[in-house]
Design a protein around this ligand. Structure first.
Ligand SMILES: [Zn+2]
Length: 193
């Protein structure tokens, strides 16, 4: 949707070691892979896709950059252990999603949630429908601190946020619940379009 060209991550990356997910973490990753496939089935298959993450006691398990949510493998996930406005620390072999800072700062402002799911849902973006419980943000350049701050602020009071010209973000306590939010709004908009 965004007319902006994808140019990779907009922060420094510090590689801080290996990421070897435990069995429990592998299960969580598989849940995220399934959720990504589910959005693919809903038609969200644009080139840059979206991203998904889950917070554990060690950090944030997040999709690597350049992998599409519709076709992920367990090895496409890395662990973000820390972030500041310029730098993201990661365990694993790949750079994290270009939206890693956004995920990090949203988790900071919402201690109660465990999963963040960002999708490029054109049914929502192309719709004129507005829901009172949804936060609609103005356009921001992807992967910037401005965008991360705006979403973290909005996320304090909203579990579903629409980023104009870009995508949608669901905040939830589980992968299943995040997918449910994405699906619910997708269906509402599709029905109306
Ligand atoms: Zn995006």
């Amino acid at each position: 949707m965004s007319k902006e060209k994808y140019i990779g991550v907009k922060f420094n990356v510090v590689f801080a070691g290996y990421f070897r997910p435990s069995d429990k973490e592998k299960e969580l990753i598989k849940e995220m892979i399934q959720a990504g496939k589910a959005t693919g089935k809903m038609g969200m298959k644009d080139k840059n896709g979206g991203n998904i993450s889950y917070r554990t006691k060690d950090g944030i398990i997040i999709k690597r950059t350049g992998a599409h949510p519709d076709s992920l493998k367990v090895s496409d996930f890395v662990l973000v252990t820390k972030a500041d406005k310029d730098t993201v620390w990661v365990k694993g072999n790949f750079e994290p999603s270009s939206e890693a800072r956004l995920h990090y700062f949203v988790y900071q402002s919402r201690p109660d949630i465990k999963c963040i799911f960002h999708a490029h849902d054109f049914a929502v973006l192309n719709s004129q429908l507005r829901f009172p419980e949804v936060k609609y943000l103005k356009p921001y350049s992807y992967g910037t601190m401005e965008s991360a701050r705006a979403v973290a602020r909005a996320g304090k009071n909203h579990n579903y946020i629409v980023q104009s010209n870009h995508g949608v973000i669901a905040l939830a306590k589980s992968v299943k619940a995040a997918l449910k939010i994405i699906s619910r709004y997708h269906e509402k908009h599709q029905a109306a379009n």
